[in-house]
Ligand binder design. Structure first.
Ligand code: SAM
Length: 267
């Protein structure tokens, strides 16, 4: 594992723009569960009138674009990310939404707001990337009002296990047979960690199944990950593509289980 400074640089590089994130979301379009992830997340949230909302690591802002018809005018929504390039993309993406969002460059470990400022804080698939997760959790708790809710999403350890097994059989030395940094805050371990900071923690799960009958979407997905960008290149990428094509020829398709959750943590 790289040291702290290196991880920070690698993450900054990975999320300098929205390119890698957008590439990875393509594979999810093959999910046979047609419940949209953004709609599902939003339907899990109970946001009071006049709420002050902060999203951390907002990525391209899809949560708000896909739920644009449900945004209430009396909400005050701040979208944040530690990557200025990502935020630029978010702003462009949300130009099409008739709502006045605020945008701010924020590292989740250091939230520049006074105590008890927000009613709702959202962090989707980003907490496992934060170097000091507990520092972020104590900041989130600090800036939430009493009774405020922190919505946080992540993957199960078992998500995409069929794909990870295939990658391991192809070449276990590549270090790509896992879900990247997800193990640092996943569905299995998240509850206990959140319980250290929040009085009540509930969880809901969305499961699906990706079915693909050609190799490219999977190769592109793995090649866009933090590790994949350095190891799944050139010949190795070509060999992996051929390995998957061979598997598909024998089995008809590749089927990958997806399992993600949302924690609802009340202060
Ligand atoms: C996997 S993406 C998820 C994006 C978005 N929340 C979504 O679910 O589509 C992780 C996001 O977290 C951001 N990020 C990573 N580390 C961060 C940190 N320490 N503080 C704030 N944002 C961070 C990245 O720039 C990226 O936009």
């Amino acid at each position: 594992m790289e040291n702290g400074t290196n991880i920070k640089q690698i993450l900054k590089e990975q999320y300098k723009t929205a390119k890698n994130l957008k590439t990875r979301s393509l594979l999810h379009s093959y999910n046979t569960n047609k419940i949209d992830w953004n709609n599902w997340c939003f339907s899990q949230m109970q946001i009071p009138n006049k709420a002050k909302i902060l999203e951390l690591g907002c990525g391209t802002g899809d949560l708000w674009y896909e739920n644009r018809h449900f945004i209430k005018n009396d909400w005050n929504i701040t979208l944040s990310d530690f990557s200025s390039g990502m935020l630029e993309n978010t702003r462009k993406n949300l130009e099409r939404v008739n709502y006045n969002f605020s945008y701010e460059e924020i590292d989740a470990q250091d939230i520049p707001y006074e105590n008890e400022y927000f009613d709702i804080i959202i962090a989707r698939h980003m907490l496992y990337l934060v170097p000091e997760i507990e520092k972020a959790l104590s900041e989130i708790k600090r800036v939430l009002v009493n009774g405020g809710i922190f919505y946080v999403t992540t993957n199960s350890h078992d998500s995409m296990s069929e794909l990870n097994t295939l990658v391991e059989k192809f070449d276990s030395n590549m270090g790509l047979h896992n879900n990247g940094m997800c193990h640092r805050f996943n569905m299995e371990g998240g509850y206990l960690l959140l319980k250290k900071y929040f009085s009540q923690v509930k969880m809901d799960v969305l499961q699906g199944n990706i079915v693909v009958d050609y190799a490219e979407p999977i190769v592109t997905y793995k090649a866009s990950t933090i590790k994949g960008t350095s190891v799944l290149i050139g010949n190795k990428r070509q060999q992996f593509t051929e390995y998957l094509e061979d598997y598909i020829k024998k089995n008809g398709s590749i089927s990958i289980t997806t399992k993600s959750c949302i924690f609802k943590a009340k202060k």
